[in-house]
Design a protein. Sequence first.
Length: 59
Amino acid sequence: MKNSKYHIYLTPDERRTVINSLIDLRNDLISRSKYTDVIDELLIKLTKDKVKKIKFKEV
């Protein structure tokens, strides 16, 4: 399988919602004694990545 990079652009509110949802999913997996490795990696990437401000035009 080819390694692909994806970029996602989120507003601060959307970013907060994604992080909170991942935390909720992780807590649910922990309560069911499931592995949380993938969720942990995503949380680390989301919290450590730089926040880049971009400009865009509304049409």
